[in-house]
Design a protein. Structure first.
Length: 94
């Protein structure tokens, strides 16, 4: 569902308006499909939204950043998704 523009928008609304418990559950669920979400046409927006809206930086680092860093070669080779790789670089540096 989050691979379509409407699905990504619905996922973003769940992140933005859900409780901290809901956001934690979304991130844990998304972890196993992270590479597919990051390389999809609209799914990467959910990752950027999670980096923006989740307050728990340790959780974001553990559930999103570290798994994405392990697959960074696949993400870099995917044209058009430079916003994900740039966001990872900025998040890791700070």
């Amino acid at each position: 569902m989050i691979h379509t523009p409407d699905g990504a928008k619905a996922g973003l609304h769940c992140l933005w308006f859900g409780s901290a418990k809901d956001r934690k559950l979304i991130l844990k669920t998304m972890k196993e499909f992270l590479e597919k979400v990051a390389t999809s046409d609209a799914g990467y927006l959910l990752i950027l939204g999670a980096m923006d809206s989740v307050d728990d930086t340790v959780l974001v680092r553990k559930q999103l950043i570290l798994p994405l860093c392990k697959d960074i070669d696949k993400l870099i080779s995917n044209p058009g998704k430079t916003s994900i790789t740039n966001s990872i670089k900025i998040f890791v540096l700070f």
